[in-house]
Design a protein around this ligand. Structure first.
Ligand code: XMP
Length: 325
């Protein structure tokens, strides 16, 4: 099948166009897979979620969604996958709790590319194990979108994941492969996915793993997750969600001296990052109101265990990258 978007294909900008696309793809998927089973790795990111919703509409429980919970997602994300897909959409969802596996493999590993490789390889291993447990799978669905094919997508270009072994090379089902990201979101909305899932900011494959700098520890990872949740909550409350391209927190692997409750403390800093960009190749820093930065600082230092300072990263890309690892 061709990998070039047909020239006649209209840009999907409205719900009506999305509905027409969905109808066409539902028929195409039914024709491709018949009554066979399809496997999908469902991370809860925009692309895999839209593929899941589309295939549930086409083939219902013959779509087997596997969500690998690796402990590196943001606060509330694994729960949201279960809520939306299993509870609301009645999906056939296999939830794999692999947190200990991932964190044990990552223990003591400080080198960023090594961390990425371990996360990618372990993901494939867990997914492969689940694939082998399933009977009668003949197809693998993927949330490939057009920028992935054009290889101009800097976000996914980082993937270090490798692939499934040869005996598990299923025929691919890629219903979004000619869509651009904004079109995927319009389709997701038309399929009834919740806004926080459809309009979610970009999130790296290795997740919070590259924001817990150096060798990941459970307590520092928790500090990343909790501080990120506070930042997201405050950005949403203050009208910055959907306006700022990407925002998150980082916890480095060093401590500094402070005072807490009248006593000397020796704890981690949290670094805030909020950037705007078109293509992630260059980025500018969001001019977050100072009062909001102070409020976020007060919340993080009082609510997040083990943290006594908050810093705001003022560095554009270049010279800084968006992530710290
Ligand atoms: P940098 O840090 O290179 O990030 O300025 C550019 C964009 O890519 C995302 N990013 C990743 N995405 N796997 C991904 O899927 C990765 O390993 C990875 N590293 C960085 C980053 O969040 C930003 O949007």
């Amino acid at each position: 099948m061709s990998n070039v978007r047909p020239e006649s294909m209209e840009r999907i900008t409205t719900e009506a166009l999305a509905d027409a696309f969905i109808e066409e793809q539902v028929a195409a998927v039914k024709a491709q897979v018949g009554d066979k089973k399809v496997l999908l790795a469902l991370s809860g990111g925009v692309d895999s979620s839209v593929v899941a919703a589309l295939l549930i509409k086409a083939i219902g429980k013959n779509l087997v969604c596997v969500h690998v919970s690796h402990g590196l997602l943001r606060k509330g994300e694994p729960e949201q996958v279960v809520e939306v897909f299993r509870n609301k959409m009645n999906a056939n969802l296999v939830y794999v709790d692999a947190v200990d596996r991932f964190l044990d493999k990552l223990a003591g590993v400080a080198e960023p590319e090594q961390k990425r490789k371990i996360i990618g390889a372990e993901f494939i291993r867990v997914f492969e194990e689940e694939a082998r447990k399933q009977q009668g799978i003949e197809f693998l669905a993927q949330g490939t979108i057009y920028p992935d094919i054009l290889e101009s997508g800097p976000v996914k270009a980082h993937h270090n994941v490798g692939g499934l072994p040869d005996d598990l090379k299923f025929e691919l089902v890629e219903p979004l492969k000619f869509l651009f990201k904004d079109e995927v979101r319009v389709v997701g909305k038309a399929l009834g996915l919740p806004d926080p899932m459809v309009y979610r900011q970009p999130f790296p494959g290795p997740g919070l793993g590259v924001r817990c700098l150096g060798a990941i520890t459970r307590d520092r990872l928790e500090a990343v997750r909790e501080s990120d949740a506070i930042l997201r909550e405050e950005f949403a409350k203050n009208g910055l969600e959907g306006k700022v391209w990407q925002y998150f927190t980082i916890v480095p692997d060093f401590k500094s001296v402070g005072v807490k409750d009248g006593k000397r403390s020796f704890e981690w800093p949290v670094i805030l990052r909020a950037v705007n960009t078109r293509d992630a190749m260059t980025a500018t820093v969001e001019d977050v109101p100072f009062a909001l930065l102070q409020h976020i600082t007060a919340r993080i230092t009082s609510e997040v265990k083990g943290v006594n300072r908050v810093l705001y990263d003022l560095t554009p890309k270049p010279t800084g990258t968006i992530e710290w690892e």
